[in-house]
Design a protein around this ligand. Structure first.
Ligand SMILES: Cc1cc2nc3c(=O)[nH]c(=O)nc-3n(C[C@H](O)[C@H](O)[C@H](O)COP(=O)(O)OP(=O)(O)OC[C@H]3O[C@@H](n4cnc5c(N)ncnc54)[C@H](O)[C@@H]3O)c2cc1C
Ligand code: FES
Length: 238
């Protein structure tokens, strides 16, 4: 695992991601594994965890849900960025024919994984879901990675109407995938875990938790089973 460091850099570009989110491209060089995260410090506010969409230069996708993400959404090119990381354990890169299942802002770490897997010649299949077309994130990054992309929306405004797990089930039933990587809401991850068991395919998922220190000291991300999401995860086997 690469050593975690404090880094300061600047925002280079801010692009829209869905109708509310942004993709922030910085000039911070980082060496990280897909699934690892950084703690981003916003002066006079707080420090919060974010997955990497790319490591070098550091790229993040932020969907506003509260004070810190709301502030990050308003960043402009040239603004400073204060980063601590990379932190946590990332995804394995084991699958030869991997299936990536992304729901909502779970698209962020899996976009990084899709590019890394594609760079090493893997045939990457992605089931990408959101509530509606304007909440879909990072579609162009999956396309740029050359992934076979299946889009679902709950209201049918883009791709297939329904839940992303239904597409994942169809793809697993067809037998073309040998490893599953998932990130998204917990009910989605539970259904993906059940599919992995049903079809006998190993899986890994990235989980979110409330974090303060990010390094296994404060206990705020305790899963209740002796494991800490920041130190032992955020990626866990399904
Ligand atoms: C490993 C990891 C990677 C993440 N990656 C991203 C990312 O790439 N992009 C992104 O936009 N966000 C990501 N998040 C989530 C982000 O860190 C939190 O939503 C953060 O709390 C937002 O801060 P805030 O001040 O804007 O809102 P807050 O005030 O902290 O939260 C706003 C609302 O969301 C709720 N909330 C916050 N965190 C959680 C949680 N873990 N579980 C349930 N409810 C919660 C709060 O209770 C509150 O109601 C990630 C979190 C983790 C742990
Ligand atoms: S955030 Fe402090 S132990 Fe995980």
């Amino acid at each position: 695992m690469a050593p975690s460091v404090h880094l300061t850099g600047r925002v280079v570009r801010v692009e829209p991601a869905g109708h509310r989110g942004v993709t922030i491209v910085s000039d911070v060089p980082l060496s990280a594994r897909p699934g690892q995260f950084v703690m981003l410090w916003v002066p006079r506010m707080d420090e919060k965890p974010f997955s990497l969409v790319a490591d070098s230069p550091l790229t993040l996708a932020v969907v506003p849900v509260g004070p810190v993400t709301g502030r990050l959404q308003r960043l402009q090119p040239g603004d400073p960025l204060y980063v601590r990381g990379p932190l946590g354990r990332g995804f394995s890169l084991d699958g030869k024919r991997p299936l990536l299942v992304a729901g909502g802002s779970g698209a962020a770490p899996l976009a990084f994984l899709a590019s890394r897997l594609a760079e090493t010649g893997r045939e990457v299949t992605v089931a990408l879901g959101a509530r509606s077309a304007d909440e879909l994130l990072l579609v162009e990054r999956y396309q740029a990675a050359g992934a076979r992309l299946w889009i679902t929306t709950e209201d049918g405004s883009a791709g297939e109407r329904g839940l992303v797990v239904s597409v994942a089930e169809r793809l697993l039933a067809n037998g073309g995938c040998d490893r599953v990587y998932a990130c998204g809401p917990v009910p989605m991850l539970e259904r993906v875990a059940a599919l992995c068991r049903l079809y006998g395919v190993p899986g890994e998922a990235s989980y979110e938790a409330y974090m303060r220190c990010g390094i296994g000291v404060c206990g705020s991300c305790d899963r209740g089973d002796g494991l800490l999401v920041c130190r032992d995860g955020p990626v866990f086997g399904l």
